[in-house]
Ligand binder design. Sequence first.
Ligand SMILES: NC(=O)C1=CN([C@@H]2O[C@H](COP(=O)(O)OP(=O)(O)OC[C@H]3O[C@@H](n4cnc5c(N)ncnc54)[C@H](OP(=O)(O)O)[C@@H]3O)[C@@H](O)[C@H]2O)C=CC1
Ligand SMILES: O=C(CO)COP(=O)(O)O
Length: 346
Amino acid sequence: MGKVAVLGAGSWGTALAMVLHDNGHDVRLWTHIESHAKEMNETHTNNNYLPGVTIPAGLQAYHDLSDAVEQVSAIIFVLPTTAIRSVCKQVGAVLKHKVTMIHGTKGIEPVTFKRISEMMEEELPRELFEEIVVLSGPSHAEEVSIKQPTTVTAASRSKVAAKRAQDLFMNQHFRVYTGTDLIGVELGGSLKNIIALGAGISDGLGYGDNAKAALVTRGLTEIARLGTAMGADPLTFVGLTGVGDLIVTCTSVHSRNWKAGNLLAKGHTLDSVLDQMGMVVEGVRTAQAAYQLAEAKGIQMPITTGIYHILFESAEPRDVVDQLMTRMRRQETDEVHAMLKEHYQD
Ligand SMILES: NC(=O)C1=CN([C@@H]2O[C@H](COP(=O)(O)OP(=O)(O)OC[C@H]3O[C@@H](n4cnc5c(N)ncnc54)[C@H](OP(=O)(O)O)[C@@H]3O)[C@@H](O)[C@H]2O)C=CC1
Ligand SMILES: O=C(CO)COP(=O)(O)O
């Protein structure tokens, strides 16, 4: 078992570091805040991000990035999307050898429309890695940190790199599949956060299970519509990192995106919601990116568009629901369903 670094000591970085520690790795959990590293090492807790969870004594928090990445065989980026570019630059300045680069971040950059692995490829010196791996799936940190059964997928263009990530993380509580559809896995994990904001809004408005099931199902259709236009395999969206993650994020009490949507529906402003959350709510910026991307590509994403209007143009949630319900009459299936049908007929 070797040395590995987890960059980002929020809820997900801490939970993933605990999985790696359980698997016998020498884990360095890096935070950009010195007092945070000190507090975690002294108290074995991370109360702002994973309250009530004890961090094992052998799992060390680091503040010095060059110490954290020294001699590691793998680096796992578990940061908000907004921090990926700057932390990659910092890693590029201190890392001296090739490693397996993995990330667990779920977002798309507005304006550039870049996925996380694309940003990493742009910012990290090419000689430091071969192919990037994304680790994604229905996996809330709160459950992973207490060893509740969880399944995820490690996807990379390189089967060898995906297998390396599987070997690092897999254990009896944390089951890791491999895959090669990097684009589909990254997009599914990012776009589902927008729909989860919608599920929180729907629940906050007092709508019931029928509305939520409709959001999940029609949300999946528009995720797959954009995803396939971006080069993803449509089948990925019916797997763990597509519908699986969509279900958990739209229904779990742990979801940050669901909670944020719920508060918005109850009349809180976006700024006050983001202040209250104290953790990253990726769906907000991803809604901006997906809305811009759908407009640029002429792709129909009515739910995403409605949520964008609520977030950034002060639209009333109830009016958005009315608009969605009274859109032009359509048939249910479209080109994404046709692609799936073709696949299953093969
Ligand atoms: N939470 C979960 O259950 C899951 C989350 N994810 C994804 O993982 C990613 C991280 O999420 P999560 O752990 O929940 O986020 P949190 O908000 O819990 O933690 C984010 C961490 O990143 C740090 N950070 C913020 N900006 C920077 C920066 N510029 N440089 C260095 N560190 C920085 C924060 O530090 P500070 O304390 O200073 O803010 C904090 O330690 C997101 O993309 C999320 O969607 C994926 C699966 C599950
Ligand atoms: O991606 C997640 C679960 O798989 C986490 O979602 P939230 O950020 O909404 O909590």
